[in-house]
Design a protein around this ligand. Structure first.
Ligand code: ADP
Ligand code: MG
Length: 384
């Protein structure tokens, strides 16, 4: 056990961003010892005693996430705790989904180390990743460095191409669910926990699920979705990284309207079969012509081929939407070293020589020489 060896009070882990809830002072919390299941017999894995729960990192749709310490490996971990009492449906769906997640080994998918099942909770033990894309976008406002956008997008596509190969959908892509490591590795998180057959509209804690990243076919009532569901979200996240602003930030009932204002209100002429969706009602929709993405997101026009790729991802008709596999081959990525296409699944793109995240604009400004404070002196200041 690590208790007693660590002085957590003297060495608190800083909580960097306001979005993350403050520590609730549970640094010495333990799991309930009433373990009912160990997945591996006498193995220390699967046992609550093997992990020490530290401060809360986040609270999302399904669970509360804590930072933790593994006394087995001495690694920092993330403990995603799901309260079983209030869980809708049988917890074993989650357990089954989790075993599936355990089989996934990819540099762009968060690694699940262990699962702990007690009477009250189901806890997933994940590798700890220091940030997520939502926090990164909040830290670096006004749009990201275009090269970093490319690196993040490529990794997102790599992770998706991998899970889509197994016909696994993420279903809830959004910046909060894309973890970002210190060196810029992007890892898909928070998937496989949603129920298999539905896209939830309310979270476990009864919050409304954001519709910003949901494709028009699903908003129109389609339940017959496939991997194209995730690809719409990729288009939204790609353009959001470029502009720094959410692309379709709908309010309660206007998510479709938001999309139609940009891409045009679909009709049978532009999307065959669209009128057969349950929620298609032309009388309720505004009639909008399609706009050029470059007009809506001016920054995209400065990035060669970005608008072309984005428009192929943001296809309203799911059958026309680009797959992850194909998107990775888009010419937009042609300036990345070719080796990124030949990596083994478990290898990060940052194993390719010379490939690294570039500083964001605000970081560059911080590095610039400061205005000399002396009375005279040559003025070398850069106006910022
Ligand atoms: P939920 O299903 O409740 O949305 P998530 O898995 O998305 O749960 O986690 C909620 C938040 O906790 C994330 O947005 C992220 O900020 C943080 N988080 C999740 N997993 C990790 C991890 N492995 N390492 C560090 N932080 C994490
Ligand atoms: Mg989440």
């Amino acid at each position: 056990m690590l208790s007693g060896e660590l002085d957590l009070e003297d060495n608190p882990t800083p909580i960097t961003l306001s979005q993350r809830p403050k520590s609730e002072g549970h640094a010495y919390n333990r799991f309930s010892p009433k373990r009912t299941t160990s997945f591996m017999g006498s193995s220390p894995f699967g046992k609550a005693e093997s992990y020490q729960k530290l401060e809360q990192l986040g609270e999302g749709s399904y669970a509360t996430v804590f930072k933790g310490l593994s006394s087995l490996t001495h690694q920092t971990v993330a403990l995603k705790e799901i309260q079983l009492k209030e869980e809708e449906g049988a917890p074993f769906t989650a357990i089954r989904e989790a075993s599936l997640l355990k089989g996934l080994k990819h540099a762009n998918i968060v690694t699940l180390h262990d699962i702990i099942h007690t009477k009250e909770t189901l806890t997933f033990v994940f590798e700890y990743v220091s940030s997520d894309l939502s926090q990164y976008l909040e830290k670096h406002t006004g749009g990201l460095n275009p090269f970093n956008v490319k690196l993040f997008l490529f990794q997102l596509l790599r992770g998706l191409a991998y899970i889509h190969r197994f016909r696994i959908l993420h279903r809830d892509l959004k910046p909060q669910n894309l973890l970002i490591s210190d060196i810029g590795e992007l890892k898909l998180a928070d998937f496989g926990l949603a129920r298999a057959k539905s896209v939830p509209s309310r979270t476990y804690s009864h919050e409304v699920v954001t519709l910003w990243y949901r494709p028009p076919d699903v908003l129109l009532g389609s339940t017959n979705y496939s991997t194209s569901l995730d690809m719409w979200g990729v288009g939204c996240i790609f353009t959001e990284m470029i502009s720094g602003l959410a692309t379709f930030p709908g309010m309660k009932d206007d998510q479709l309207d938001m999309i139609f204002r940009v891409l045009g209100t679909p009709t049978e002429d532009t999307w065959e079969g669209v009128t057969r969706y349950p929620n298609y009602d032309l009388k309720q929709f505004g009639l909008y012509p399609p706009q050029n993405l470059m007009t809506v997101i001016p920054k995209i026009s400065f990035i060669p081929l970005a608008a072309h790729l984005a428009s192929q991802l943001l296809q309203m008709n799911p059958h026309r939407r680009l797959s992850a596999q194909k998107a990775m081959k888009h010419e937009y990525f042609s300036d990345l070293p070719h080796l990124v296409h030949e990596l083994p699944d478990a290898a990060s793109i940052f194993t390719v020589n010379g490939l690294k995240l570039l500083p964001e604009m605000d970081e560059l400004l911080n590095e610039m020489p400061k205005k000399p404070s002396g009375r005279s002196g040559i003025r070398t200041t850069l106006r910022v």
